[in-house]
Design a protein around this ligand. Structure first.
Ligand SMILES: [Zn+2]
Length: 320
């Protein structure tokens, strides 16, 4: 069956560059990964459907602190939250503020997960709303309260208002139909509004160095594709956007992704099914052993402007 690049639209019937198994073991079959000869983006072949992908997320895929977390597990999660997640989200906020040029803006976070990032944005004075397809995440956000969340696929919802900023953190690469989602969010931007997309890119040193072991590849098929810088820009230009700015996520976050690639135990996969405490200890141990070499790789990536995760700010192209 003919296959086309999700980013640039070029024919993509190449020999697979990788043949991978799901590292989270949610499915037993292997997947071929092909690379677009035109723009260099990579994608799963054949493309899974949205429903297939939806069934491949284990419980706990999104970080959250729950009332049932107790003892050492809770202590380690709180440590992760304070040292890693909260500082990353605060950095996200500062980047959004620079892009918008003022405080107090409105945000819709598409794929908001457990809502922790939105909580940080709200604490910084933003007017926040979330969108999430996972019923468990929506229920979790409701249980905490204070953040309105739209449940369902954004392209099927009827949201009548517009926002200063729409964000998609670590979401685009999970979509089998990125086009319909980007078209849908375009309508939700106020004039002059910003669309912020955080996504891994194949131009990063981590992809070149680790290949199939890199965290961006080993999370396929949940990552349906990984764009190249040129592929993503071609895609966004075709959808009527111009790039405002881009920068890699923090050194620390990229070092953690390196840790995830070298030592998958530092994430989640092999530890599913074990007790939450053992799972969390594995994660911290794996991370602790590999994060420092990861910092060196992340430092090199900083010079290329293409990180294992990179944040792009787009705005709707003005008619000339
Ligand atoms: Zn392409």
């Amino acid at each position: 069956m003919p296959m086309f690049c999700l980013m640039c639209g070029a024919p993509c019937n190449q020999r697979p560059i990788f043949h991978i198994a799901d590292r989270l073991k949610m499915i037993s079959c292997h997947y071929d990964i092909v690379q677009c000869p035109a723009c260099g983006s990579v994608q799963v072949s054949p493309l899974p459907s949205e429903d297939e992908i939806a069934g491949l997320y284990p419980v706990g895929y999104n970080f959250k602190i729950e009332s049932s977390d107790r003892g050492i597990s809770r202590a380690i999660k709180m440590f992760e939250w304070r040292v890693f997640y909260r500082s990353s989200f605060q950095r996200n906020y500062r980047m959004l503020r620079r892009a918008v040029g003022r405080d107090g803006f409105s945000i819709l976070d598409v794929g908001c997960g457990s809502g922790l990032r939105l909580q940080v944005f709200k604490d910084a004075g933003c007017e926040v709303e979330g969108n999430e397809t996972s019923a468990a995440c929506v229920e979790h956000i409701h249980s905490i309260g204070g953040i309105p969340v739209h449940h369902g696929r954004i392209e099927t919802l009827n949201i009548s208002r517009q926002y200063d900023v729409v964000t998609m953190f670590a979401l685009l690469e999970h979509l089998a139909d990125p086009l319909s989602v980007v078209s849908a969010v375009k309508k939700l931007l106020k004039p002059g509004g910003k669309l912020v997309i955080q996504v891994p890119v194949v131009d990063s040193i981590q992809f070149k160095l680790l290949g199939r072991r890199s965290a961006m590849v080993s999370d396929m098929p949940r990552h349906v594709f990984i764009p190249s810088l040129s592929g993503l820009r071609a895609f966004m230009v075709r959808e009527g956007f111009a790039q405002h700015s881009c920068c890699p996520v923090s050194l620390f976050e990229r070092a953690t992704l390196f840790a995830l690639g070298i030592m998958p135990l530092s994430s989640t996969p092999v530890t599913y099914g074990r007790s939450p405490t053992v799972r969390t200890l594995y994660r911290v141990l794996g991370w602790g052993l590999t994060v420092f070499p990861g910092l060196l790789v992340a430092l090199m990536e900083s010079f290329t402007r293409a990180g294992a995760e990179t944040v792009f700010v787009f705005e709707i192209k003005k008619e000339v």
